[in-house]
Design a protein around this ligand. Structure first.
Ligand SMILES: [Zn+2]
Length: 964
């Protein structure tokens, strides 16, 4: 068996030359086709004490191009993990992960000790100016067409924690993109590019001869044919020894409640010690463009063979003991995948295929390499079959059809996803719908194809991108939805255009014509057209467009209970669901919510929610209409909303005749809002401009002057507030910020407030210090008199965060808007000075100003290293806050309280930060004097305040992928 591959290789070369000749003579498009050739010899030794590789590499580079080469671009991709300024690190940040950016030296990786030589002389190496993982090797003498050059170099490599595709997790190793490698030179020129997480590979075809030295008790899974007969025999029989092996792991497994809970120390203690002896494993492989290997002391191995029409293939799967339940059928999945793709596209040309289960530092994915794939994560059953099949399928669409994945990702990912779905349909009768976005919703309301629904939703709001684009230009969501999903739907449309039989033979022809070569999109098009004798121009052009692949259908109106995501391309749903609300006056409100919100978003949206108030026995409610215009750079929304609810009542202390009196508010708010996006869709920054008019009709108490028969009645007052808001927000994963200017104009005043928020990350994750700065200025539009000051006191700039009464536009939710006692009275909102303490029962709240006011608020997690709460086994999200502020009066009258006011204490947020409770501990004497004089008992509880922020339940806050 050990020699099968040599036969295979010869056979392959024979077929290759046959096809080469065939296409030279028969195919116009390949008439001038050429490609470079690279042969690798690598000796590599794993040092599992410091997680490093020591290696020596010898490359023979053959120049088949018609050009004389003076240099060769080389990829040193392990250097992508060297610091936080690499293209890789920048991209992770842009995609919302700051783990690598804040990782320590220990978690990072690099390649060094390089000494590139030709003919035993060190050659000149020029560092690429932008990327530390790209270099240019200057050839001492020009490399003529059809000439070859031998290049050697030693290298040492520190493996990073596996945060992207390779590295190590404890003493398990994933050696991928691990050796110095020439960039591709083809008819379009050189293709040097940095390593990226989002964006794959493009490499020259050739051969590999690799010696891997590891401590003896490691099991290695690698690309290619293992030449050590004894080791190969051992791998083939490990499966039948599984029960024996498993017995060895019983103790290990018993200690594994959940692998994720393992502490590093525990894991290493449990891991068998590395044997002091080493072994060297020899692998060879021909007609491929990459080589990857994986090593673990704990691999369980399954082995079987797949019989294809021309040869037999050794199939292996490697996994760790805790994956036994999920992976016990894994080699079967590998076999089925090889059979399916061989039937659909073309026969698998190699004699070996493997799937390896591997650890990562948090992410979950599958990744393809020639003859071997790495599967990470915790999928099982059809899910695992799906991902193994996808990755094995890449042997065809990437491995054998060696497209430029970085520039034309759909050619491997889109096409491969199409075949993966076909495989699932054939084997299981259904494809799995990833319910990530819609988890927990009843099945009969879910979309048939969730990814398609998300794709169409992005297209509708003009946030989609063309299929044919370089990988790095996609937003993270579009990389998934456009490259994989739309790419696969595109191929499905080609299948529909040609019919199944013709489509299959076209794909076979494409495979035969382009295997072991570098086809470009136009080569694919030419191949399909020449086989089918049909033009695919119309469909091909859709690769460059952002529009839907599907013609819009005329939609029918349909009533549905709750909501519905099914067939939203056919129906405009009007959804009816029960609604509930509450406040201190209306008590519980029950009613209906009727709306037409759906995905893809409508241009015209409405919602109406009549609510019956059980407290006041009246009909309240909310209604909203909006019309939206989505364009690439902006989202323009015209809207009007209306609300009616109760916001105050007489209490026992107020003498009234007859029934208790309730005050209501009616509010109508016309608005025009435009959100402006950066030209680059990947940008996390956006601008908002909004103009609103708050048309308020508020009830007020009227007290009679009759002291014998005191009567309280009410009357309604109209107030208009005009508001202009300008804002910029950047939700980037480090140092996100948010700034806005809000100008409110009433009958007698203008009030301008500028708020700036900036978040200082402490490290990876979401811990950090939030800084908020507020500066406000108040102007009277009437002569500044005592009367006018009194009349407009409600609109003053506040040091203390406003209560419900001061929320004069009724923009925030308040449980008890006008309460002066009870827990409801302790609610505040984030605005102005945002102090957590106040003097609400005084005529003028301390710090309030009708001139100017400034405040700085700091809040943040207690840094992990000094946090005493770390002794608890669960995370307590306790934060500290400090507020400091001043206003105009403090600088004019030299008040006894001093120029600055302050407070500080603890805050705790719950329900995704919807509710935050503040416990002030230190504060200015004006506040402590107030608490002492007003509250005889329970003084501490009167200082506690809380805020409610319902914005966190907005769609785009719940799911950040919704790009609003
Ligand atoms: Zn893929």
């Amino acid at each position: 068996m050990g020699n099968t591959q040599e036969f295979k290789t010869k056979e392959m070369r024979f077929f290759l030359s046959i096809f080469f000749l065939f296409f030279i003579t028969n195919s116009f498009c390949q008439k001038n086709y050429w490609q470079q050739e690279v042969h690798y010899n690598i000796d590599v030794k794993l040092n599992d004490k410091d997680n490093s590789l020591s290696a020596f590499e010898k490359i023979v580079y053959i120049n088949h191009s018609p050009d004389t080469l003076h240099f060769i671009w080389f990829h040193l991709w392990p250097n992508a993990y060297k610091n936080d300024r690499t293209a890789f690190s920048e991209q992770l940040l842009r995609n919302g992960s700051n783990d690598f950016y804040f990782s320590n030296e220990d978690a990072r990786g690099y390649i060094n000790q390089l000494d590139f030589k030709i003919d035993d002389s060190t050659i000149e190496v020029k560092q690429d100016s932008a990327n530390i993982d790209i270099v240019m090797l200057i050839l001492p003498k020009p490399l003529l067409p059809q000439d070859s050059v031998q290049i050697t170099t030693p290298f040492h490599e520190k493996l990073p924690n596996n945060i992207s595709r390779g590295g190590h997790v404890f003493q398990t190793y994933q050696a991928t993109q691990w050796y110095p490698k020439p960039a591709v030179y083809d008819s379009k020129g050189w293709h040097p590019f940095p390593y990226l997480d989002q964006g794959e590979f493009y490499s020259e075809y050739g051969s590999f001869d690799v010696n891997i030295t590891v401590p003896k008790n490691y099991i290695v899974a690698a690309s290619g044919y293992l030449q050590n007969e004894d080791e190969l025999a051992k791998l083939k029989t490990l499966g039948s020894q599984k029960p024996v092996l498993q017995a060895n792991y019983i103790e290990f497994k018993n200690n594994l409640e959940a692998k994720a809970k393992l502490e590093k120390k525990t894991f290493e203690q449990l891991m068998p010690a590395s044997s002091p002896q080493t072994k060297t494993l020899h692998y060879i492989l021909d007609s491929v463009h990459d080589f990857a290997w994986f090593a673990s002391k704990l691999f369980i191995v399954q082995y079987d063979t797949v019989q294809l029409s021309s040869h037999s293939v050794n199939a292996f799967s490697f996994y760790e003991p805790w994956q036994e339940d999920a992976w016990n059928k894994s080699v079967g999945y590998v076999k089925d995948a090889v059979k399916f793709y061989s039937k659909k596209i073309g026969e698998y040309p190699y004699g070996v295929v493997s799937a390896v289960e591997g650890n990562t530092d948090g992410y979950s994915d599958g990744m393809e390499y020639p003859t071997i794939t790495l599967i990470t994560g915790t999928s099982a059953g059809q899910d695992l079959d799906d991902v193994i099949t996808h990755e094995v399928g890449h042997n065809w669409l990437y491995g054998i059809l060696g497209t430029n994945e970085r520039d034309h990702a759909w050619m491997d990912e889109g096409m491969n996803t199409f075949y993966e779905k076909e495989y699932c349909l054939e084997k299981y009768g259904s494809t799995l719908s990833d319910v990530g976005e819609f988890e927990g919703l009843p099945k009969n309301k879910l979309p048939e194809d969730q990814e398609k629904l998300m794709l169409e939703s992005f297209i509708k709001i003009n946030k989609s991108q063309p299929i044919e684009m370089t990988s790095d230009s996609f937003t993270e969501a579009n990389y998934e939805l456009v490259v994989y999903k739309k790419g696969s739907l595109w191929l499905q449309q080609l299948q529909q255009q040609l019919g199944n039989t013709l489509f299959d033979s076209c794909m076979h022809e494409y495979f035969e014509a382009w295997k072991f070569k570098h086809p470009y999109p136009e080569d694919f098009k030419n191949s399909i057209e020449s086989t089918s004798h049909q033009s695919i121009d119309t469909l091909y052009n859709k690769l460059f467009q952002t529009t839907s692949l599907f013609a819009p259908q005329k939609k029918q109106l349909k009533l549905t209970a709750l909501f519905n995501f099914k067939k939203t391309d056919k129906y405009n749903y009007i959804s009816v669901l029960p609604a509930i609300g509450a406040n201190a006056y209306d008590k519980i409100m029950v009613g209906l919510l009727i709306h037409n919100y759906q995905l893809p978003l409508n241009k015209f949206d409405f919602l109406i929610a009549p609510l019956y108030s059980t407290g006041v026995n009246t009909l309240n409610g909310v209604a909203r209409l909006s019309y939206n215009i989505f364009s690439k750079r902006s989202w323009l929304e015209f809207s009007a909303s209306g609300e009616k609810f109760t916001m105050n009542s007489t209490d026992q202390n107020v003498p009234i005749n007859g029934n208790e009196l309730y005050l209501g508010v009616r509010r109508i708010v016309p608005s025009v809002k435009i959100i402006l996006y950066d030209k680059d869709l990947r940008s996390t920054r956006k601008w908002t401009i909004q103009a609103r008019i708050f048309l308020l009709n508020e009830d007020q108490f009227v007290y009679s002057n009759d002291t014998l028969n005191p009567l309280v009645t009410k009357h309604a007052v109209n107030t208009n507030i005009n508001q202009l808001k300008l804002g910029v927000i950047n939700t980037r994963s480090v140092y996100p910020y948010d700034a806005n200017l809000q100008i409110d104009q009433g009958k007698e005043f203008i009030r301008a407030g500028f708020t700036w928020k900036y978040f200082f990350n402490y490290g990876a994750g979401k811990d950090g210090l939030q800084a908020r700065f507020f500066a406000g200025k108040f102007f009277y539009l009437v002569p500044n008199s005592i009367i006018n000051q009194y009349d407009n006191a409600r609109y003053d700039l506040n040091m203390t965060a406003p209560n419900g009464y001061q929320d004069y536009t009724y923009s925030d939710y308040f449980a008890g808007r006008n309460e002066f006692s009870g827990w409801e009275s302790q609610q505040i909102m984030e605005r102005d000075g945002f102090f957590k303490v106040g003097t609400p029962l005084l005529q003028q709240n301390a710090g309030a100003s009708d001139n100017w006011l400034m405040a700085l608020n700091l809040s943040g997690n207690i840094p992990h290293v000094v946090n005493p709460l770390n002794i608890f086994p669960f995370k307590i999200p306790l934060q500290l806050f400090v507020d400091i502020g001043t206003n105009a009066a403090a600088w004019q009258n030299d008040p006894a309280t001093g120029k600055f006011l302050y407070d500080a204490g603890f805050q705790l947020s719950v329900l995704k930060k919807a509710i935050t409770v503040y416990v002030p501990v230190f504060y200015s004497s004006v506040y402590s004097d107030y608490y002492k004089s007003v509250f005889a008992n329970n003084r501490f509880w009167h200082t506690v305040s809380f805020s409610i922020n319902l914005d966190v339940f907005k769609l785009n806050k719940i799911n950040s992928e919704i790009p609003l």
